[in-house]
Design a protein around this ligand. Structure first.
Ligand SMILES: Cc1ncc(COP(=O)(O)O)c(C=O)c1O
Ligand SMILES: N[C@@H](CCOP(=O)(O)O)C(=O)O
Length: 468
């Protein structure tokens, strides 16, 4: 299996190369040359199988010959042994025809663990085989950072630098990044928004001399290894509800568009997904794009679902590439427009194709809080604010007899203040997070300035070939 860039000017790469590369050298995102097809019989055969069995069947065709099957299976087993629920991603029924897919039973109680636990093992494997080290940079609005630090802490082949928006993540999210003592972990509080952090990460990738000198690698959902691991739970959930014999719909709380793009990939592989519903908070660039055909950034608004406080939704580029007939020149022109004016108009045929496959809705702060309170009263279930935005949107999109699965992307204890204000209940951290709230913190506060960030990383990364 080979991977091509959405901008068409970077070399096609193998799976192993893509996993350690992150962003393509032309600024684009890698996608597979073709999507492997799973027959209805294969999908039906997933019923009753373990999460790891399904993961192996779904992921192996994307890996090809790059990693021996036994090694891939060992990595998958190791990744999902870190989850406390035997089903890894269990389904819970919320109401008639409406199910929650709980994705927060991993080490940092957010859905990012599902992919990050596997990606860390894949990267370690590839780097060890090659005798290489990498410098990982990640931008986080709260959850990717903690999951990445947990997955990469203490690893010999990697240093990890996580950029998060200073003062804009929850206390639990910040502590998951700042209380880890391993020498290869660096938590950087940037004076800016998540979009600033993501722009800095992309700028570091596009600074080719810096990129090569420090051996830069990325673990945001720009990395195909993140997406492919997230495809698995769409199969697991849909099969549990009767696929391939009946279709299933999904509603996904959306920020960077990685999670819902994984759903699109599952559908492209043959999973009968009826509708993919994008749910956002008031930072609703994707919803507006579907409504108007114009992708237009605005100032980001802080909300009680901070991990979705995102304007530039990086995986939307992958969808533009696919829905636009893989027109890399066209995608490059749109992305240049975004860089220059903060906006672009999606070509008519592309937006029509996107509207065909996706629905979208937004929820404001009051509705999110009201949903947390109402679902607790009606179903006895305590939602986190991100999941609550999606539940509120999903409730308008349920179309019997097709079951709706809403992705539950975080444990409510990550956002205790918002959840308590909405429900009167202060969710406690699961026991396995132990003394997180009492541990000493360690972070570096940096200006939103590329030179300052590159200098910080360049002087600390063990993979760097010379001092700045
Ligand atoms: C809890 C939570 N829900 C939803 C999202 C949005 O996911 P995505 O960025 O893949 O769209 C995020 C951040 O990515 C998150 O941390
Ligand atoms: N919501 C995310 C933002 C980064 O998303 P990613 O999926 O591209 O890593 C976060 O929690 O950091």
């Amino acid at each position: 299996m080979r991977y091509v860039s959405t901008r068409g000017r970077a070399p096609a790469l193998s799976f192993s190369d893509v996993v350690v590369t992150g962003l393509a050298r032309d600024g684009g995102l890698y996608v597979p040359e073709t999507y492997p097809q799973l027959s209805a019989a294969t999908i039906a055969g997933f019923a009753g199988r373990s999460y790891a069995d399904v993961a192996e069947a779904v992921i192996a065709p994307f890996v090809g010959d790059d990693i021996p099957p036994a090694a891939l299976r060992r990595m998958i087993d190791g990744a999902y042994a870190s989850f406390v629920h035997p089903a890894v991603t269990p389904l819970v029924q919320l109401g008639p025809g409406h199910f929650l897919l709980e994705l927060f039973h991993g080490p940092t109680i957010a859905f990012k663990d599902v992919a990050m636990q596997l990606l860390a093992r894949l990267m370690d494997h590839v780097l060890a085989e090659r005798g290489q080290r990498a410098t990982i940079v990640a931008a986080t609005s709260g959850d990717t950072g903690g999951a990445a630090i947990e997955a990469f802490r203490g690893r010999d082949n990697t240093d990890i630098f996580v950029l998060f928006p200073h003062g804009r993540v929850s206390d639990v999210q910040r502590r998951q990044m700042t209380t880890v003592a391993d020498a290869n972990v660096h938590a950087l509080a940037v004076e800016g928004t998540f979009d600033d952090c993501q722009a800095l990460v992309k700028a570091m990738f596009n600074d080719l001399p810096f990129r090569d000198r420090v051996g830069l690698s990325g673990v945001n959902s720009i990395n195909w290894g993140r997406i492919v691991a997230q495809v698995v739970y769409y199969f697991v959930a849909a099969v549990a509800l009767g696929a391939p014999h009946r279709p299933v719909s999904f509603t996904v709380p959306t920020g960077n568009f990685g999670d819902i793009f994984a759903g699109w990939v599952a559908k492209s592989m043959g999973l009968p997904i009826e509708r993919l519903v994008v749910a956002t908070n008031v930072n609703d660039i994707i919803v507006r794009t579907l409504e108007t055909g114009r992708y237009e950034t605005r100032g980001v608004m802080p909300t009680i679902s901070p991990s979705m406080d995102i304007q530039v939704s990086s995986n939307f580029e992958r969808l533009l590439f696919e829905a636009g007939g893989r027109d890399a020149e066209g995608v490059t022109a749109l992305m240049n427009g975004l860089g220059q004016s903060g906006a672009f108009t999606v070509p008519a045929a592309t937006i029509a194709a996107i509207r065909d496959g996706f629905a979208a809705g937004r929820t404001d702060e009051a509705a999110t809080a009201a949903t947390i309170g109402r679902v607790l009263a009606d179903a006895g279930y305590l939602l986190d604010p991100h999941t609550a935005t999606a539940v509120a949107v999903a409730e308008h999109e349920i179309a019997a007899p097709v079951p709706m699965v809403t992705l539950a992307t975080a444990h409510p204890a990550k956002f205790p203040d918002a959840v308590e204000a909405a429900s009167g209940i202060r969710p406690g951290l699961p026991e396995r997070l132990g003394d997180l709230l009492a541990r000493a913190e360690r972070q570096s506060v940096l200006a939103n300035d590329l030179a300052a960030v590159e200098n910080f990383i360049g002087t600390r990364a063990r993979a760097a070939t010379q001092e700045v």
